[in-house]
Design a protein around this ligand. Structure first.
Ligand SMILES: [Zn+2]
Length: 284
């Protein structure tokens, strides 16, 4: 049996919020078995927002969770790191509307979780085994979960900018492979859309340190790139984080073609809408 895990001790960090642009302090704290991941807004009387796919309220430029009058935005990179660290139960306290973006990757959160250490609960971890293919499509974007012996990802993207172009990546999930091949991949954005983004009151915290900036057919900060195909790897990072909102590991092959936060969430809603799509099993 694989047990549920939380962290061994509290850890904290501070940084800028990607969209709000404000300084946010985040504290990760151990949680009892069965808690799942729960966000707590310290700046809003401690209102709690559970990290669950059915509480996703917004998927433009990040995944936002909402419960009651509180929301937490851009949760996907942190969720990917929590999943990658094998943590099931955790309280995430923030004093602002988003976790800090840190390096725009999941690795910086993984390093914070490393410092917290892991504590094993004596409750077994369950997994969701996909037994029937589930797929969702929107225009030329597509996402599917197919039956598979273990968690796998394939992803394809196609951008007009030759800085990205067509990229495809296939990835067999393991904690070590996630840490080495996916977690370091930074988020990216088109510099020509940054002003429009700021008009929408988004992207105030984006910088050449935390976001790969596409300018026409160039990457302005190519010097900080960690992989030649970092963009498609980051799309897998986002998918890992979005799928973590299932609350349990999936045993499936995720297939993404130009998928994003909206389709990733629609896919989980489609999966859980019909119990014939999956079986709950002991986690491998
Ligand atoms: Zn992302």
């Amino acid at each position: 049996m694989t047990a549920r895990h939380t962290i061994a001790k509290e850890v904290a960090c501070e940084g800028i919020a990607l969209h709000a642009g404000t300084q946010v302090r985040m504290i990760l704290a151990p949680a009892a078995a069965g808690t799942g991941v729960v966000f707590r807004r310290l700046d809003m009387d401690g209102i709690e927002v559970p990290a669950r796919y059915d509480l996703v309220s917004e998927t433009t430029l990040g995944t936002t969770l909402e419960s009651g009058r509180a929301s937490v935005a851009v949760v996907e990179h942190l969720m990917a790191a929590i999943f990658g660290a094998g943590i099931d139960d955790l309280v995430v306290m923030v004093d602002g509307p988003e976790p800090p973006v840190l390096d725009g990757d999941a690795l910086s959160f993984l390093e914070l979780l490393d410092a917290a250490g892991v504590k094993e609960h004596d409750t077994p971890r369950q997994a969701v085994k996909i037994v029937r293919r589930v797929e969702v499509t929107h225009k030329d974007a597509h996402a599917a979960l197919a039956p598979a012996p273990a968690l796998q990802f394939t992803f394809e993207i196609a951008f007009a900018s030759t800085a990205i172009g067509q990229q495809r990546f296939a990835f067999d999930y393991s904690p070590a492979a996630f840490r080495g091949e996916i977690a370091p991949a930074r988020t990216f954005g088109d510099i020509s859309q940054l002003e429009a983004l700021k008009q929408m009151d988004r992207g105030h915290g984006a910088s050449l340190h935390n976001t790969l900036a596409i300018d026409g057919d160039k990457v302005l900060n190519a010097d900080i790139m960690r992989f030649p195909d970092e963009f498609v790897r980051h799309k897998i990072l986002d998918a890992v984080g979005d799928l973590a909102l299932a609350g349990m590991p999936l045993i499936a092959r995720f297939e993404g073609v130009r998928s994003g936060h909206a389709l990733n969430n629609a896919l989980l809603r489609a999966l859980f809408s019909d119990p014939a799509n999956y079986r709950l099993v002991a986690a491998p």
